[in-house]
Design a protein around this ligand. Structure first.
Ligand code: SF4
Ligand code: SF4
Ligand code: SF4
Ligand code: FES
Length: 895
């Protein structure tokens, strides 16, 4: 129907007036009449309608009378026009709607007692509302249940053919995995082609199904909706920060549901630019890690060669005594700490305070160092903002999006849905530069398959083309003539032809992409793992900022340079000051004003300015014996970092390794003490998502076993070491953060930032620009590029503790290659090969994956069996300390 473009800011729909129940109402010409009625606050029944997709008009419930027409009209598919006179109430309409309910019930089984939707079913509600008591005509369909999908069961006896499932999948998610098919005399919903469902398993179809026709395999027959406690919280998997409801019964997590629901179908269509309320597969079906039997239930202390369970008091005494002893004998800098960005803001804040005040060292880091820090440092230096510039609304409404090195569907699926809406509704030109055939690339207007590791050259090409075609924004560059002259000279010797040969992007394609980006009124650059987790990531972000600057896209509404985060609170980790270079609020660690302020609030002396070590430096100092005690909260460096970083040697050398985690991780197994921490489902706090929204994390259930929220352990540890912290709740910690960072708790609203490059461009830019555009490193000459990356079904290692996600996305233990390369090497699916890099070799199976580009192969970073990560070389960024280890040059030989 195409009703949504009426809300497009670039389409000026006429304002019209019509009458609803005798009252004049203004609306935009051509929008759904149902939308106009519901915007007046009137809710009339509607079973196939949902504001997130275009009206379908199948259920016959939204009937209204239009003056001049004899029969009632379906208001959802009727378009509002000037002068319409509409009546929404009356016995005739009630009876007509009642007939529609009776019709649905005549082919619906009355198996409510064993239906998961019992008590949460729109058909039940409608029957009740319309007083449908004659159910004698109910006819059974006897359609066997389709249980072939790993997560969803389809019971088509209950289907009312409303098509909500099909429409959300096709329209909102652009996946289009479902269809109607006439089978056994009935129109049934089946996976495309009536094959077993193969899709992203987001479960949004389940969320919008108004009856019990689609059921959740993980919670089937386990509950009645009213038996569960429902807690609104924030997903703990990725930085999108989706809101979700954790539903628990006693001490079990039964299911996770989303704000997207048939229960929540009346919304403003323009509001979907901020999100449609759905979840991805991880959020919806990855909850089983929370009450996993593998959770640590009691503290462990190493006695001899074994970790043995001990009471909390004994564990804490031992840990405090040994930290205090090491600090006394070897000084504070013999201690260091690492923390995961899956902790809350309040915990991250306490962690850095503990390190700086209780241990008195600045040796600390978080998982933001694995890549996000490259973006933060570049954006902080150039624009003074230290985080992404755009929120979801900007992304959705953009006219041009340049996605570089970012396989969004796999890493940040709901941000990817925003770009899909930009494509579908706002008709954005989306340019995807990636060394994989990404899902977004397939949907985009301009997909460019680039040679692996050439993202930096692609940016060079775009800048060169922008200058050659004179696409520069005069106002932006004339303010900084020296800087622009320096940039022109830095790219002066680059040739588009050579860049094309290096990257695989043709000269005319560079020119086309540069023109689209420069000429669009709202253009956004979105970069992620292919930039920030690769060598030169910091410089490449600065180069992207150059591109945005010369095209006038810095500081202009709806424009900017942005990124996404892998873990839920990487931005929070940086904002809270968990990095040796930053104090809370992204103040430099050496900033005297902030140091003074903190010293006063904390009543403590901070470690000396200029001191401290980040992740790679900490590991180096562990190996050299300079650091003797390491406190690891939720991090698992042994399983994450490749062998070339010698993590094991670093940990082996320690006198004290304390690991605090919900699970006995590889790193925890080497520890002297292991403290059982809760997951985010068992605690309160906040996460800061990739847009900068501060989102509530709420406790949905009691802690498993004797596990304790990280903030409580941090407080106990600090007090054991002589502090007098009196935090009794996450709120107490928030109050302290609020004093230091007024305005940080922005109540879930993304804070609009005003990036300004003026200071950067006029101070030292001219001298530093040339260095970024020098030809980059040489790679070893092996024929294939091995890439390690994320899968949609997983997040770090945490998701591997969720059996449901392992069932959907198991570790096949094979590298993925495209069919043409496999054929060239004479390999069948499952064949064994010898995979060799400069770091060593191993035998491994292969499998076909058409998203893998020619001459590359892929292995999911979530798995270490076999240990493919140990083939990866490491480049540590000399400025940001970010270790890049996701790409290696390899050869592949048939065994
Ligand atoms: S689970 Fe998601 S992707 Fe799969 S059919 Fe349902 S809506 Fe579509
Ligand atoms: S399965 Fe549910 S959402 Fe899909 S058409 Fe049937 S009733 Fe509607
Ligand atoms: S993993 Fe990310 S996209 Fe998926 S539900 Fe969680 S926050 Fe949303
Ligand atoms: S809501 Fe209009 S026909 Fe279903």
């Amino acid at each position: 129907m195409g009703l949504k473009p009426a809300t497009n800011p670039d389409v000026e729909a006429a304002t019209i007036e019509l009458s609803i129940d005798g009252k004049p109402v203004t609306a935009k010409d051509g929008v759904s009449l149902y939308d106009v009625i519901s915007s007046t606050g009137k809710i009339i029944p509607a079973m196939c309608y949902h504001y997130t997709f275009d009206p379908f008009g199948s259920c016959g419930m939204c009937l209204v009378m239009q003056e001049g027409k004899k029969a009632p009209v379906r208001s959802c598919t009727a378009k509002a026009t000037a002068g319409m006179i509409i009546r929404t109430e009356g016995d005739d309409l009630f009876q007509a709607r009642k007939k529609a309910v009776e019709k649905h019930l005549s082919v619906h089984p009355l198996d409510c007692p064993v239906c998961d939707a019992d008590g949460h079913c729109e058909l039940q509600d409608m029957a009740f509302q319309h007083g449908v008591t004659n159910l004698a005509n109910a006819k059974q369909k006897f359609i066997p249940e389709d249980t072939r999908s790993p997560v969803l069961d389809f019971n088509m006896n209950r289907c009312i053919a409303c098509a909500e499932c099909i429409n959300v999948c096709k329209d909102v998610l652009m996946i289009d995995a479902l269809q109607f098919m006439k089978k056994g005399g009935f129109n049934q919903v089946v996976a495309k082609g009536d094959l077993p469902l193969a899709c992203e398993f987001c479960g949004d179809c389940l969320a919008v199904c108004p009856v019990g026709a689609i059921t959740n395999k993980f919670s089937k027959y386990l509950y009645k909706p009213w038996q569960m406690k429902k807690t609104t919280t924030t997903c703990n998997y990725c930085g999108d920060g989706c809101q979700m409801y954790i539903e628990t019964k006693d001490t079990e997590v039964i299911r996770v549901t989303s704000p997207l629901s048939w229960k929540n179908k009346w919304g403003d269509r323009t509001e979907t630019t901020k999100g449609h309320g759905g979840l991805c597969v991880k959020g919806r079906f990855g909850f089983e890690y929370i009450d996993s039997p593998d959770r640590l239930k009691r503290p462990l202390l190493r006695k001899g060669n074994q970790l043995v369970e001990v009471p909390w008091l004994e564990a804490m005494h031992a840990v405090v005594d040994r930290f205090a002893d090491i600090r006394k004998k070897h000084g504070p800098d013999a201690i260091a700490g690492l923390i995961t960005a899956r902790c809350t803001n309040e915990e991250l804040y306490l962690f850095q305070k503990l390190m700086r005040v209780a241990f008195r060292t600045n040796n600390m880091d978080s998982s933001a160092r694995y890549g996000h820090m490259n973006f933060v440092r570049a954006s902080n230096l150039a624009l003074g903002i230290g985080r992404t510039a755009n929120d979801w609304e900007d992304l959705t409404k953009a006219k041009a999006v340049l996605v570089i090195g970012s396989n969004l569907t796999e890493t940040n699926p709901l941000t990817s849905v925003r770009i899909k809406e930009a494509i579908r509704v706002y008709k954005a030109q989306v340019m995807v530069f990636d060394s994989a055939v990404t899902n977004l690339g397939k949907l985009s207007s301009h997909p460019f398959l680039i040679k692996p590791g050439t993202e930096g050259f692609v940016i060079d090409g775009l800048i060169k083309a922008t200058i050659e075609l004179d696409l520069v924004d005069e106002d932006s560059v004339k303010k900084h003539p020296r800087a622009f002259a320096a940039l022109k000279s830095a790219v002066g010797s680059l040739s588009l032809e050579q860049t094309a040969a290096k990257t695989g992007v043709r000269v005319e394609q560079f020119k086309e992409a540069a023109s689209i980006f420069a000429e669009s009124p709202r253009s956004i650059i979105l970069c992620a793992e292919g930039i920030v987790r690769q060598p030169d990531g910091y410089h490449n972000v600065l180069k992207l900022i150059d591109l945005a600057w010369i095209t006038g896209k810095l500081g202009r509404p709806g424009c900017g340079v942005s990124t996404v985060t892998e873990e839920p609170n990487e931005q929070g980790a940086v904002d809270m000051g968990v990095a040796p270079e930053f104090l809370p609020g992204l103040a430099s660690f050496d900033d005297q004003t902030m140091r003074d302020k903190l010293a006063k609030v904390w009543d403590a002396t901070l470690p000396a300015a200029g001191s401290g070590a980040h992740l790679t430096e900490i590991l180096k100092r562990c190996r050299s014996g300079q650091i003797r005690a390491l406190y690891v909260v939720g991090e698992n460096p042994l399983a994450t970092l490749p062998a070339s970083m010698d993590v094991k040697a670093a940990l082996d050398r320690l006198e004290l390794l304390v690991v605090q985690d919900p699970f006995l991780t590889e790193t925890a197994k080497m520890a002297h003490a292991v403290l059982p921490a809760t997951t985010s489902a068992e605690k309160d706090g906040t996460f800061t998502n990739l847009e900068g929204r501060v989102l509530r994390v709420r406790q949905g259930m009691d802690a498993i076993g004797e596990s304790v929220p990280d903030w409580q352990i941090l407080t106990a540890l600090a007090n054991g070491l002589g502090c007098q912290w009196e935090y009794e709740s996450a709120n107490d910690i928030q109050s302290e953060i609020m004093k230091l960072l007024p305005g940080y708790y922005n109540l879930g609203q993304p804070k609009k930032l005003a990036p300004s490059a003026d200071r950067y461009l006029s101070n030292g830019y001219a001298a530093s620009a040339a260095g970024r555009y020098k030809a980059a490193r040489t790679e070893s000459a092996r024929p294939f590029t091995l890439l390690m990356g994320q899968l949609l079904y997983h997040s770090g290692k945490l998701s591997t503790f969720a059996p449901g996600l392992i069932k959907i996305g198991p570790n096949t233990g094979r590298i993925r290659m495209n069919a043409a390369d496999m054929e060239r090497l004479g390999l069948q699916d499952g064949a064994l090969v010898k995979l060799t890099s400069d770091r060593g070799s191993l035998q491994i199976g292969v499998q076909v994956d058409q998203s893998v580009a020619p001459n590359t192969c892929f292995f999911p970073e979530h798995f270490n069996e076999p240990p493919v990560k140990d083939l990866m070389p490491v480049h540590v960024d000399p400025i940001t300390g970010v270790p890049s280890f996701k790409r290696a040059s390899v050869s592949i030989e048939k065994v």
